[in-house]
Design a binder for this molecule. Sequence first.
Ligand code: PEP
Length: 654
Amino acid sequence: MKKLAVNICRLILAVTFILSGFVKAVDPLGTQYKIQDYLTAMGLSRYVPDFMTLSASVLLSATEFILGICLLFAIRRRLVSKMVLVILAAMTLLTLWLALADPIHDCGCFGDALVLTNWQTFWKNVVLLLLAIIVWRWPLEMQRLISEPNQWIVMNYSAVFILVIISGRSLYTLPQFDFRPYHIGTNLREGWQRMMDGEDSPYADFFIETSDDGEDITEQVLNDKGYTFLLISPHLEQADDSQLDELNQIYEYCLENAYPFYCLTASPARAINHWCDMTGAEYPFCQTDDITLKTIIRSNPGLILLKDGVIIRKWSHNALPDEQAFSGRLEDTELGQLPSDNVASKILWILTWFVLPLVLLTIADRLWAWSQWVRKRNKKYADKAKKAIKDNNPLNKENRIMRKKIVAGNWKMNMNLQDGIALAKELNETLKADKPNCGVVICTPFIHLASIAQFLDQDIIGLGAENCADKEKGAFTGEVSAEMVKSTGAQYVILGHSERREYYKETPEILKEKVLLAQKNDLKVIFCIGESLEEREAGKQNEVVKAELEGSVFNLSEEDFRKIVIAYEPIWAIGTGKTATAEQAEEIHAYIRSIIAEKYGQAVADDTTILYGGSCKASNAPELFAKPDIDGGLIGGASLKCADFKGIIDAWKK
Ligand code: PEP
């Protein structure tokens, strides 16, 4: 409702400003005369030179017109609504003064196009002021017709149109629309006759008296059945004398063809004589009221052609017809007839060259805005769809249902039995009190397993060995079989750790056997892979991890492979304090997942837990674990203290 009200107000104001600006711009001299009238009424006219009043006339009408266009298109809404409010407030005060004091009878707000009384003008301004207040109060409710990036085109186009095409052209030639009682087609004789009969008529001040003897020849001139040329110069002292030759030639043409030619002026005899001396003029001079002369034609001098008392042609001194136009009798030439370019054709011209381009621009802009809107909407839908896919994607961290998050400790060859039991107990109690958000496993030396298994709550903490034999049983002094590990109560076993590969020369074939035996004994394998520093520097990390997987676990059936947890541990990061960056780790985790997908299919890959290991600490775990392909960590050094290990486990809570 508020929006509707604001937009109705804005449209009424827009139309008013556009019309008012246009009718003033079309007659810059008329507007200048009105400004001079105001200055005279205020006693200021003598301080303001003509060029200033003319400039003010052009600028005032252009400002009004452009503000109207801005309101119509809702351009610069805040600024424009403020300017309109200020202008209307000032105009309301001015017209109140006019209505009360009546120093000027017609305020001139619509030029000569629409003449209102001073009180009518005042009340009109009061209404417009109320509308302007509404628009100023909620300027942003104005519905834009054109998007911001294209607004400058409308403003500049309108400015050029009103300043150059309308005001400039009207000044150089004559007003393109003539709202005065002396426009082309006016039957001066009839109008003047009505005035003589006592009727209300705008020709009350129209008279023609010869300069020599003051004889009134108005009737004689208007009653002439043929053609009469009237050269109009309100003040010969200020007349432009650049087209004297053309004027003298026209006068000679009139003499040859016996067409009456008079120069109507309000100048005194001295000025007439000076003009004759200067120009060689021989035509007769007549006296007429100067305001009437200024009203008849907006050019000094200007020429009008009467035919049978009707004004059929008007020319500014800048646009006099050339010699060829006066080659025969006027009766036989186009010049001697009423012109065919009537008001309708002028309106059509404006519609074609001003309104139509703006309408086309607006349509193009709206189509563009619409396509942008469609694009945005489609993008929104696409984003939503993407999000939905992401939400349903098991790779998406938050939505992993199948893939288990694990933090596993690898005690290596640390802790005697008592220390180990103490640590395991502490951890057990801690995690019972503060349940982890992921699977937790501790992989201990063999000798700890059976003891720890006694008290460990294996629903919270899984227990695993760090190795097992590649043989089932028999004469392998010092070895511990998978079956033995299982018999302690452990569920996990780490296989393929780089330290075992390096120091105990465990080959892919040996590891393959170990994996098979571990699985045979129902142990879950945490299978380690990772490249050395040289291999990383040679950019061979992908090749290395792929070969390790192919060498030891890619022989498994899909069902068995699903039971494997992979631990990617770059050798250069293990126990060195140098962690792979989260990005580096994520990159190779994603690669590992992709080769699992190649081998076993995407679903298996999506379900495979891949841990990162290598100087993982509570401080860097959150960043690592935030990566979509990192599902937890295999922790060496930091698993030897309950608090450190717990800090890493808690990374899954962040
Ligand atoms: C490891 O030995 O598996 C390991 C990751 O060690 P650290 O965390 O000490 O680098």
